[in-house]
Design a protein around this ligand. Structure first.
Ligand code: FE
Length: 286
């Protein structure tokens, strides 16, 4: 079918979440509400402790998945069932909230750089009330492939150049890559036709949505580009090195009812989630 072109470009907006963590939101903003099944992408990046120290104290989730990927610093995770985990630089936590968790995500540092991403991915109606599940992946278990032209790809989920990521059993068949392309080089990735995808640049600048001979669209730091359909995407780095996240997944195609940390199919299910949370039903293991 061919090379995917850039569809829509969105600039990340300053936002605040949790107890006052400053971040940059691209997906899940006014400019781009969602890209089925992706609901939100936040980048937190600061070496100013007042931007992140307050963290994300106890809060609930129901009906979707949260994926945290750290580039620098340490984040401590704890939930109401007694699960705990420490995310250090390069680590990934893929959390399937399912029917409900209450957790906290707190920086474990009082100075220095804290840098990472949180992505929200929807679950289909069939899976929204599934049991919560965690996949905690330390940095050393995220495989990396490199090319002789200097391209470097960390494979968190899905497959790239025959290298499979450690995250498994996710119904939307996601691809999640951290891609570095040095100036003068080019990167190509297969993405199944019909799956939605996007790229988010967090260092440098590149040309996205190149064709076999056509140049791509220039995209710099803090910009997200959604991909049109096709079976592959190509990214070049003509003027600078570029590093970006590449995400793709199978769309769910169901109605989305969203209220804060709850993402369901109907308003009635949202009201039920609020009621269950207020009644403490999330805090009971069943
Ligand atoms: Fe959370």
């Amino acid at each position: 079918m061919g090379y995917r072109k850039i569809d829509q470009i969105v600039t990340a907006q300053d936002a605040s979440d949790g107890a006052g963590v400053r971040l940059r939101r691209s997906l899940g903003s006014q400019a781009l509400g969602n890209l089925d099944p992706f609901l939100m992408l936040d980048e937190f990046r600061s070496d100013e402790p007042s931007d992140y120290l307050a963290g994300f104290p106890d809060h609930p989730h129901r009906g979707f998945e949260t994926v945290t990927y750290m580039l620098a610093g340490t984040m401590q995770h704890a939930d109401h069932l007694g699960n705990e985990g420490r995310l250090t630089a390069g680590a990934v936590q893929w959390m399937t909230a399912g029917k409900g968790i209450v957790h906290s995500e707190m920086p474990q540092q009082e100075s220095g750089l804290l840098w990472g991403f949180q992505l929200w991915i929807n679950l289909s109606a069939r899976l929204k009330m599934t049991a919560p599940r965690y996949q905690d992946i330390p940095a050393e278990e995220v495989p990396v492939w490199t090319s002789d032209t200097g391209v470097r790809v960390k494979v968190i989920a899905g497959t790239s150049k025959g290298v499979a990521g450690p995250v498994g059993g996710i119904s939307t068949a996601p691809i999640y890559l951290d891609v570095s392309v040095p100036r003068g080089s080019r990167f190509e990735q297969e993405i199944p036709e019909g799956h939605n995808g996007f790229c988010y640049v967090f260092e440098g600048e590149g040309e996205f949505g190149m064709g076999p001979s056509e140049s791509g669209t220039p995209l710099g730091v803090g910009r997200l580009a959604t991909l049109g359909d096709g079976d592959r995407v190509a990214v070049g780095a003509a003027s600078a090195d570029v590093r970006f996240l590449l995400l793709a997944a199978k769309p769910i195609g169901e109605p989305v009812a969203r209220y804060g940390p709850f993402v369901m199919n109907t308003r009635a299910e949202i009201m039920q989630a609020v009621e269950d949370f207020q009644n403490g039903a999330f805090a009971v293991e069943s």
